[in-house]
Each structure stands twice: as structure tokens, then as C-alpha cells.
Design a protein around this ligand. Structure first.
Ligand SMILES: Nc1ncnc2c1ncn2[C@@H]1O[C@H](COP(=O)(O)OP(=O)(O)OP(=O)(O)O)[C@@H](O)[C@H]1O
Ligand SMILES: [Mg+2]
Length: 251
């Protein structure tokens, strides 16, 4: 079982859109996937609500060790794709983890799933917290959307420093350009400087696209909503790259 996260300390940069699209594409590729919406605001649930309106359960029982993680899973929201929806009680996750002696509490919750689940995709809230620290430490790779603006690049640098400080493995960080609008000269300029500005980046750029914007309203992954759009193509490329990051060419 591999664990990946979509994370950035910056809000509204395309984490959830990428997490949902990649999780869906993975499940379609014979890779049994669990998507866990760790954001109490629950945006991932919106993107999947076309499948079925799923309501999260209080996490306290999981955190207290009274219920196994399987009790929180909505199985097969699509074939091969399981989902843990957010619940407002996820706000307390951090407090609990703060008191938790175990550095790997999050990983321990997931351990019972390792037999049947090949990939866990964590959709993270845009905060730098105890929860984030655990995610950064347990994930095999962390995919970081970066909008081509100086402010967003600044958040990227902050994240790199944070990870370096915490020694959770800088090489695991894989940034990629997100919400790219090539009509903007700043976006074009930053994009051409990608190799220098974004260390270890994915060689793709998610375009700013109305089809992606419509995912929330339609409650569908892009592959079902608009598979022939350039953005859908980029997400397919993203999944291929991630698959290679995690398992190499043979998988
Ligand atoms: N490539 C894109 N093109 C156009 N709109 C996009 C794109 N990606 C995301 N959006 C829109 O931008 C908003 C934020 O996207 P998303 O929820 O994926 O970001 P996020 O980083 O997860 O945000 P948060 O930090 O709040 O969790 C949403 O309304 C979404 O529809
Ligand atoms: Mg989000």
C-alpha cells in the first residue's frame, strides 16, 4: 500500500481537484484506491456527490480507538474507489494528534487496510498543523499544486523549509503548476522558469479550465464530466507520473 497526499499551505490552488481526479483515475487503472478527505470543509465530497451523497462520521471513535477505520469508509463510491468523507469533527484531529504519543497515529489508522488497498490518497486542508506534519512524514510522496504567481512560489519555499526542518524528506515533495492561464504574461514567464523555480517538479501544468471548475457543481471527476478536454489529459498524465513515482515502470 502506498500513501500519497495533495497538500499546500496555500488555499484554493487545486489540491482537492487533483486528489479526486487522480484517485478516480487510479481506481480505473486496477489500483484499489481509498480517498480520505482530511479537510473538515469536505470539498472532496462535493466532487464525488454525483456518485452518491456521502455524509462523514464523527472521527472521535476512530481517534479513541473504539472503531476501526473500516467503519468510516464508504465503499465503492465508484468501482475500486473507497472514500472517507470529511466530518466537522476532523477539526479536532489536530488536538488529538497533539496529545498522541505515537508519531505515526495516522499510519496506524491506515494499517488494517494494507491488504486490500493499493493506494491511499489524502486530500489535506491548507494548514501547517500537527496533522500536516504527520501527513508529510507518512506519505510516500506529496504532490503540491503551485499557481504560477510569486505568492504561490513563496508558499512553496516555505513548505520546503518546513519539511527540511522536520526532516520528513524533501525529495518526497513533488510540486506541479496548477490553474495555469497562459494568457497571463506572469504565468508564462514563471512557467518557462519552472526547472529553476520548482525543484523535483512534475513535467506538466494543469490549465485554468472551466471544465475543472464545473466538477463541484456536477459532482463528478473530470474523467466522467469532460474526458476530452486538455485538462482531463493533464490529469491522466499526472496519474501516470504518480504511478511511476510509486511503483516504477513495471506496474
Ligand atoms: N484547473 C482549474 N481550473 C479552474 N478552476 C479550478 C481548477 N482547479 C481548481 N479550480 C477551482 O478552484 C477552486 C479551488 O479548487 P480546489 O478546491 O481544488 O483547491 P484546494 O487547493 O483544494 O482548496 P482548499 O485549500 O480550500 O482546500 C474550486 O472552486 C475549483 O473548482
Ligand atoms: Mg481542498
Amino acid at each position: 500500500m502506498r500513501i500519497i497526499a495533495f497538500y499546500s499551505p496555500k488555499g484554493g490552488v487545486g489540491k482537492t481537484a487533483a486528489a479526486v481526479n487522480v484517485a478516480y483515475l487510479a481506481s480505473r487503472d486496477n489500483c484499489r484506491t481509498l480517498l480520505w478527505d482530511l479537510d473538515p470543509q469536505g470539498a472532496a465530497s462535493f466532487y464525488l456527490s454525483g456518485a452518491e451523497r456521502v455524509k462523514g462520521r464523527k472521527l472521535s471513535r476512530l481517534l479513541e480507538g473504539k472503531s476501526p477505520v473500516s467503519k468510516f469508509i464508504e465503499e465503492e463510491v465508484y468501482p475500486g474507489l473507497d472514500f472517507i468523507p470529511a466530518h466537522s469533527s476532523f477539526r479536532n484531529f489536530d488536538i488529538k494528534l497533539e496529545n498522541e504519543a505515537d508519531e505515526n497515529a495516522l499510519k496506524d489508522f491506515l494499517a488494517p487496510l494494507s491488504e486490500e488497498t493499493s493506494l491511499v490518497v489524502l486530500d489535506c486542508p491548507p494548514t501547517l498543523s500537527r496533522l500536516t506534519e504527520q501527513v508529510l512524514s507518512i506519505a510516500d510522496a506529496i504532490y503540491v499544486p503551485v499557481v504560477p504567481t510569486w505568492l504561490s512560489l513563496n508558499s512553496w519555499s516555505q513548505l520546503q523549509s518546513f519539511v527540511k526542518e522536520k526532516k520528513s524528506g524533501r525529495k518526497k515533495l513533488r510540486p506541479f503548476f496548477s490553474m495555469v492561464d497562459r494568457r497571463k504574461s506572469l504565468h508564462r514567464e514563471i512557467l518557462t522558469r519552472g526547472p529553476e523555480l520548482l525543484d523535483n517538479r512534475l513535467e506538466l501544468a494543469v490549465p485554468y479550465a472551466s471544465a475543472v471548475e464545473r466538477m463541484g457543481e456536477a459532482g463528478l471527476p473530470l474523467e466522467l464530466l469532460a474526458p476530452r478536454t486538455p485538462a482531463a489529459d493533464v490529469y491522466r498524465q499526472m496519474w501516470k507520473t504518480i504511478r511511476q513515482d510509486l511503483w516504477g515502470k513495471q506496474h
